[in-house]
Ligand binder design. Structure first.
Ligand code: ADP
Length: 504
């Protein structure tokens, strides 16, 4: 165990320098599996630190945007290699800080490396289009240019992958970044920034400011240097942030990822063992703390009883405990607050007439923030347990008569991030793909999980319509310039086709 007295104090990274906050205050970062273990002290930043970080990002912008994209990509590629080289160390730090298992912590770290590598490669890809012009001597094309200073505000549940999938494309396309990680996971954030700094980012291109979103969030969002905000977190904060950005009247571009209430539909013809494994994995891994976690299972009546019995047995066989132990399936929830919130939802489920058929608080696991894999039946589709994002290892199972009822219930929530169906019937699967309100759709696989090069994002209240990751990231992190270049120094031809050359 790391003793309190020896826990290190970490700093902000601003303008290429590691520095204390102007507030002089720090906050403790504790291991949620063993809250007595302090992992480090992190800067409780103040508005003056935000100002300094914004100034640094703004100052670095001109040099960075004018650098060759290939040169920017080389730095990102180097960072991906450093993250990969340090994957054991960073993965373990992530596990100690966030509570997911060591396998998940290392896997997420390697995913961050893959994301950096992908966007390094994207810097050598064409961006923009060549278009035909009605004037034969006009070279007409579009170019994609950076937005400017991007604020990346990130949550604790994927403390390295989400920052990587925001920071990597922002930098690849020539933006500079002010990074504000979640209060609960500043260590992983700091390690990622260390890797990017070591890879050779010029000073000011990436700046790290740790601390409370409530204390400095407004200062970041409202700062006059900010051109874009990419946010993943709660619906409430995301929507408030969007409103503030709109009010600024400076044309701040905003990207929001805000959770889900993700359904699986299991039909009578499904491979039941597969559906079972994937439903359990989707609902329970990382203790359900994924935006894409499965939280509702709609099961056709022909297999409902068998499915529920087997789910209970599987859930009960998962080992809850120290996430550093190789035998553990589920670590703790990230914080006491998160554990209390999940336990409140368990109480709400019971109060609304649901039956908790397995799960609840474990008895024997010390003072860590553990919750057992929990399954509810008897929940009304309109009940809070079936409507609200819980962000814990809690699954509501509801019977359905047919695929149409499953689809209607699956769509009956405000969210639309991911969704899954288990069936062998091709027409049913394609009908589901057509009609489900979800940005990420799985057929015969779990709702959670996303490949690092594939677009990620949701419909309805889950996202702000843009997609992260992959080729689509360029849409958010750049803006388009349309260029009409007349290389013959001539006015458009008089006998041009109708409409061509007309002023807009
Ligand atoms: P979660 O429930 O996942 O912690 P939050 O929306 O509370 O989601 O937090 C996500 C991120 O938003 C964190 O980095 C947090 O510090 C930040 N944040 C919280 N409040 C604000 C705010 N008022 N303005 C900007 N960012 C905020």
């Amino acid at each position: 165990m790391i003793a309190t007295a020896t826990a290190k104090t970490y700093q902000n990274y601003i303008g290429g320098e590691w520095a204390d906050s102007s507030s002089g205050a720090t906050g403790e970062n504790r291991n949620p599996a063993r809250p007595g273990e302090i992992l480090g002290h992190f800067q409780s930043s103040a508005i003056a630190d935000v100002d300094r970080a914004m100034d640094a990002a703004h100052g670095a912008l001109d040099g960075w945007r004018k650098m060759s994209p290939i040169a920017r990509g080389n730095i990102l590629y180097k960072a991906s290699q450093i993250v990969e080289r340090r994957a054991d160390e960073i993965g373990e730090a992530l596990t100690r800080e966030e509570g997911k298992t060591l396998k998940e912590g290392k896997g997420e770290t390697l995913r961050a490396s893959a994301i950096l590598r992908f966007f390094a490669g994207e810097t050598a890809q064409p961006v923009g289009d060549r278009l035909p012009s009605s004037n034969p001597t006009t070279f007409l094309y579009t170019e994609r240019v950076p937005l400017g200073v991007v604020a990346a505000i990130t949550p604790w549940n994927f403390p390295i992958a989400i920052p990587a999938w925001k920071i990597a494309p922002a930098l690849a396309y020539g933006n500079t970044v002010v990074f504000k990680p979640a209060e609960l996971t500043p260590l992983t954030a700091t390690l990622l920034v260390e890797c990017l700094a070591e890879a050779g980012l010029p000073p000011g291109v990436l700046n790290l400011v740790t601390g409370s979103g409530r204390a400095i969030g407004d200062a970041i969002v409202g700062h006059e240097a900010v051109n874009a905000i990419t946010f993943t977190g709660s619906n409430e904060v995301g929507k408030a942030l969007y409103r503030r950005a709109l009010d600024s009247e400076r044309g701040v571009k905003v990207q929001l990822e805000m959770g889900g209430k993700n359904p699986v539909i299991v039909l009578n013809d499904a491979d039941l063992d597969l559906a079972l494994t994937q439903t359990i994995n989707g609902a329970m891994m990382s203790s359900g703390q994924k935006c894409t976690a499965t939280s509702r299972a709609f099961v056709q009546r022909g297999v409902y009883d068998e499915f529920v019995d087997k789910l209970i047995a599987r859930a009960g066989s998962l080992r809850v405990g120290d996430p550093l132990a190789a035998t553990t399936d589920l670590g703790p929830l990230v914080s006491a607050g998160q554990r209390d919130s999940v336990m409140d939802y368990i109480g709400i489920g019971r109060a609304e007439g649901g039956e908790m058929v397995t799960g609840g608080a474990p008895e024997e696991l010390g003072d860590g923030y553990f919750v057992k894999p929990t399954i509810f039946t008897g929940i009304a589709p309109t009940g809070r347990l079936a409507q609200e994002e819980i962000f814990g290892p809690v699954l509501a199972v509801l019977p359905i008569d047919d695929p149409a009822e499953g689809l209607a219930l699956a769509n009956s929530v405000k969210y639309g991030l991911s969704a899954s169906i288990f069936t062998r019937d091709i027409a049913t699967a394609f009908g589901f793909i057509r009609d489900i309100d979800a940005g990420i759709i799985h057929v015969n696989s779990e709702t959670a999980g996303a490949e690092p090069h594939a677009p990620f994002g949701g419909m309805k209240a889950s996202s702000s319509f843009s997609r992260e990751q992959g080729k689509t990231a360029v849409d958010f992190f750049t803006q388009v310039k349309t260029v009409y270049f007349d290389w013959a120094y001539k006015a458009p031809l008089a006998d041009k086709e109708e409409g061509a050359g007309a002023p807009a």
